[in-house]
Design a protein around this ligand. Structure first.
Ligand code: ADP
Ligand code: ZN
Ligand code: ZN
Length: 735
């Protein structure tokens, strides 16, 4: 047996592997992830290395392969486990070991260490309120944000102030000069024995929360590592329960990873964890540079930090003794990677937990069908929270309006009469409103009323999107042209925008309610660094009456003054080619509804739709997850979709259509050899041509996941030997 070994364990060097022979006396002990001693270089200096791959035969052709000298004692490090995890990901999701290692290992890069300091407030509560009011009057938004945050957090890490709250020296310095706050030194802040500074519980758990916590702790202490799912409605206090679980695991001397979808990772959320665990908490997000990220991971490795919060990739934090992984909003689509290896964080977290003997806790108000079906089968421990935790918070009243009926009654506007009336009332009362649309852009596309053709991208198989600056943009390749005055097909001048986007909603809202202050939040308005937080803060501070936005506005934000949520077209996410579109629609509608009435006032939600009878819409209107679950599962069973069946999509792409067809046919025949497999396609991908590359898809379904993984391996081998190898790219993706 032979082994591939890497010596320098950093992201860029993982493709530099060295082959060694495993001597007979070490056979059976050397495995992927094991740290070994090897003779290296001309002088055969002893070096440490990690095994990343076992080879039955030597691939080395020149001269003799050296022997591994021995196994490093006590060698199971965080890195060993991450390498094992990478191996598992490569096998399961079909990527190269290289890609997998690059996913789990951080990019090593020297950075100036981030400042480990803390902003400490020197003002009394009364002075704070006064200063905040003054900042508001003068329009110092950033300063106001900081002062308001101080009301609940007397100490705020410099890190969070800069990276999450987007404050700069020009805000902070004058406040220090005025004596409103001081910068406290590193030694105080990063003392590993912070226990004393942890503030302890901020609320007393209610009975249901307490019961979950006690059961979890009992099982944890017994060594029971079954996955748990906390299925609790929005605002039922899941986060409070997570924090107590974290506390329990930290007291056992182990570390914790908390995954939160990026979009919900606001500084308010981060500060909540910080308030509880002080400097033991750190945050990573996608806006960090590679070096900053490396620095955060180093802190985790050395024990300086013990709780890491972040999106999907925080899962690879190299904690030496990981004891718990929490995945909040486990149903979120963002937990699936779109890059190779196309892993799902839920599954990968389970594997990571197994490798470290850690527990895994999932939480959601609308669990994924995968998690909930396992919970009903008893494979996942199910915990429920049925009521809002905060005493003055009630679930909103939901009404549905049928847009077809509106049209029949002569209302051509995008606002139903009911929604218009409700908006008037709430504006009168001085309350805030959120309008939710699951689509961006001004109008979806431009089409000709004479010949019916829509204006398309010449390189991709999609219609171009009209933006308010008058340009048409391809959202796939970035191709852009000015909006034409005549139809490019037939020359007719009757050409116009169709569909409705957030920009258009914003314009129409302003027309209908000229007095109201309107803010818009979508990918276009948040592209700038910190733009996201700016808009949320402005709305939270009451600087606007109406917030118009895409799904970004429905995730995890608490706006106590919002009493009305309008969902403009519930169907928009219902008719896509993805079998999960019903599930996604239900989740979005339920979450949007959960935004109303979080403060003292009762909230209401108006769902506008063309298909009020669709079960996803109807169940969301009743806020009835169980009924949705039953109908959706019936549909999945009928059509053999996950979680009943496993689904592997094989997408091939090439600039050469002929070769593409040949490849697809060969792959299909290979797969067809398997018993009980169901094959759909090959068919053109939903967008057939992107950037002049054609794409086709084959769907393979089988009840047994392992068999599907084996088929994937067979197809990969077939692809590497085929005539079209090198001309057709094939990508495997488990749904
Ligand atoms: P979730 O994570 O389920 O959305 P949170 O943990 O964020 O819920 O709680 C929602 C709100 O209720 C928060 O403001 C939180 O402080 C409050 N809360 C949670 N648990 C309690 C409790 N036991 N008593 C009082 N308030 C609570
Ligand atoms: Zn035309
Ligand atoms: Zn394009």
């Amino acid at each position: 047996m032979y082994a591939n070994i890497i010596i320098d364990i950093s992201h860029e060097k993982v493709d530099r592997v060295f082959e060694y022979r495993i001597p007979p006396e070490l056979e059976g002990q050397v495995d992927v992830g094991v740290q070994v001693w090897i003779p290296f270089g001309v002088g055969d200096h002893r070096r440490k290395g990690y095994v990343v791959e076992l080879l039955p035969r030597s691939l080395w052709t020149q001269g003799q392969v050296k022997d591994i000298a021995g196994i490093v004692a006590g060698s199971v490090t965080a890195e060993s486990r991450l390498i094992q995890l990478a191996w598992w990901m490569k096998e399961r999701y079909g990527s190269t070991m290289n890609q997998a290692l690059k996913t789990v290992l951080p990019v090593k890069q020297k950075v100036r260490r981030r400042e480990n300091r803390c902003l400490v407030c020197r003002l009394s509560r009364g002075e704070l309120e006064q200063a905040s009011a003054e900042a508001a009057r003068k329009g110092y938004r950033a300063r106001q944000r900081l002062l308001d945050a101080f009301l609940e957090n007397p100490r705020i890490p410099y890190d969070i102030a800069v990276h999450q709250m987007h404050l700069t020296g020009s805000t902070i310095k004058p406040m220090i000069e005025k004596g409103q706050l001081v910068l406290e030194s590193e030694t105080v802040f990063r003392n590993p024995r912070m226990q004393g500074e942890r503030l302890g519980r901020l609320v007393d758990l209610n009975r249901d929360q307490q019961a979950i916590l006690e059961d979890f702790c009992r099982r944890y202490d017994r060594g029971d590592r079954q996955t748990s799912l906390i299925y609790g409605i929005t605002g039922s206090g899941k986060t409070e329960v997570y924090m107590e679980m974290i506390d329990h695991v930290l007291s056992a001397g182990r570390q914790v990873i908390v995954l939160i979808p990026e979009i919900a990772l606001t500084y308010q959320t981060v500060l909540r964890f910080y308030r509880r665990f002080g400097g033991l908490v750190s945050v990573v997000n996608s806006r960090l540079s590679a070096g900053e990220r490396y620095d955060q991971f180093e802190r985790a490795r050395t024990g300086e930090v013990q709780v890491m919060i972040g999106p999907r990739s925080a899962l690879f934090t190299p904690f030496p003794d990981l004891g718990l992984i929490i995945i909040d909003e486990e149903h979120e689509g963002a937990y699936k990677s779109e890059l190779s290896p196309r892993y799902h964080a839920r599954e990968t977290a389970r594997k990571r937990a197994d490798l470290s003997g850690a527990a895994l806790v999932l939480g959601s108000a609308t669990p994924s069908l995968e998690a909930y079906s396992q919970a009903l089968e008893g494979r996942i421990r199910l915990y429920r929270l049925r009521e809002r935790a905060s005493a003055n918070s009630r679930m909103a009243r939901v009404q549905v309006t049928d847009l077809r009926e509106e049209l029949r009654n002569g209302n051509k506007s995008i606002f139903s009469r009911k929604l218009q009336e409700a908006m008037e009332e709430e504006l009168q009362a001085g309350h805030q409103i959120m309008l939710f649309l699951n689509r961006r852009g001004y109008s979806n596309f431009v089409s000709c009323r004479s010949c019916g053709q829509a204006v398309k991208c010449p390189h991709c198989d999609v219609t171009l999107t009209l933006h308010r600056n008058g340009r048409l943009v391809c959202h796939y390749c970035g191709y852009t042209i000015p909006s034409p005055r005549k139809c490019p097909g037939c020359g007719s001048p009757y050409i116009a925008g169709f569909g409705t986007g957030t920009q258009k909603i914003e314009d129409m809202t302003r027309q209908l309610f000229p007095e109201a202050r309107v803010l818009r939040m979508d990918l276009d308005t948040t592209a700038r660094k910190g733009g996201h937080q700016e808009i949320l803060s402005a709305f939270a501070e009451g600087r606007a009456d109406i917030l118009v936005g895409t799904q970004m506005i429905v995730k995890g934000h608490d706006f106590p003054n919002v009493t009305l949520v309008g969902i403009l077209a519930a169907d928009l996410s219902l008719y896509s080619s993805d079998f999960r579109c019903g599930e996604r629609t239900f989740q979005l509608l339920t979450q949007a509804a959960g935004r109303a009435g979080r403060g003292g006032q009762p909230g209401r939600v108006i769902i506008q739709t063309y298909s009020p009878e669709h079960y996803a819409v109807a169940a969301a209107a009743r806020q009835d997850y169980e009924s949705f679950y039953r109908q959706e599962m019936a549909y999945r069973r009928l059509l053999r979709y996950p979680p009943y069946c496993q689904l592997l999509s094989v997408m091939a792409s090439s600039g050469d259509e002929k070769l593409l067809d040949e490849a697809m046919e060969e792959l299909r025949q290979q797969a067809a050899g398997e018993e009980e497999i169901q094959i759909i396609g090959p068919a053109e991908a939903p967008v057939y041509k992107v950037n002049d590359i054609y794409r086709k898809i084959l769907y393979l379904k089988h009840e047994n996941y392992d068999i599907l993984v084996r088929i994937k391996d067979t197809l990969e081998q077939c692809g590497s030997r085929a005539r079209w190898s090198g001309h057709v790219a094939v990508q495997y993706d488990f749904a």
